[in-house]
Design a protein around this ligand. Structure first.
Ligand code: ZN
Length: 237
């Protein structure tokens, strides 16, 4: 059993009629509904919940955490970010979606600005450039998203461990749309598609990619403390 927690800022769906039309119950519920299966247990967490829904108990029981945020990154308290950061170092998987590239947690895990170029409403072709990677299992050579927000290079991230998907946009831009990182014992997957105004999370290839990502990011082991990860900083005397 993999315990997945889906964190969503959950503001656009409440503030905008158009977004609510696409995701009436919120992006988190849309993702949860296709992930839900016998071997995945889902917990939902949103910004308006106490401790953003990320209490110590929830964090300790999470194997893989999804993160969707956009307009309220700064409303997530630093204390929560630190707890999530430490949990990733101890082995929790982290899947950061779309505009989560500017979230406090993504920037703190990667240590760079994570900025990018963007433009509204373009057509995207997502190319699978690493077909042997477990996250690419069952994904065709490429697939199209008729409408998506354009994200373009340069993307201010450190060099990823693996680039699995490259996005090409009809306007001519390209983007590292699916990449992985390792921090401590934790595995991180960033996936670009997922703008709130378009039905991206109903696309069957997107769903397959995120299901694969859960299995890939689930910890093979979780540390009880950060002593191992931080050992180099505090040598025993
Ligand atoms: Zn967006």
């Amino acid at each position: 059993m993999i315990n997945v927690t889906i964190w969503n800022e959950f503001k656009h769906e409440r503030n905008s009629k158009n977004v609510r039309k696409v995701y009436p119950e919120g992006i988190h519920k849309a993702i949860g509904s296709f992930l839900d299966s016998d071997d995945i247990n889902i917990t939902y967490a949103t910004l308006d919940m106490e401790s953003c829904g990320l209490t110590d108990e929830v964090i300790n029981n999470t194997d893989v955490l999804f993160w969707w945020g956009h307009m309220a990154h700064n409303e997530v308290p630093d204390e929560i970010v630190t707890k999530v950061h430490d949990a990733v170092l101890k082995g929790m998987g982290l899947i950061v979606l779309h505009s989560g590239h500017e979230s406090k947690i993504f920037k703190s895990m990667l240590g760079t600005a994570c900025n990018l170029r963007w433009r509204d409403n373009d057509r995207e072709r997502v190319w699978c450039v690493n077909p042997g990677h477990p996250i690419a299992a069952g994904i065709p050579e490429s697939f199209e998203l008729p409408q998506e927000e354009m994200y373009g290079e340069p993307f201010g991230i450190p060099n990823p461990d693996d680039i699995i998907f490259m996005g090409w946009f009809a306007g001519g831009e390209v983007f590292r749309s699916g990449c992985t990182f390792t921090r401590g014992c934790g595995r991180i997957f960033y996936f670009q598609p997922g703008h709130e105004e378009y039905p991206i999370y109903y696309n069957e290839n997107v769903q397959k990619i995120l299901k694969n990502a859960v299995k890939w990011a689930a910890p093979t082991r979780k540390l009880d403390s950060l002593a191992c990860v931080h050992a180099a900083e505090k040598p025993e005397k």
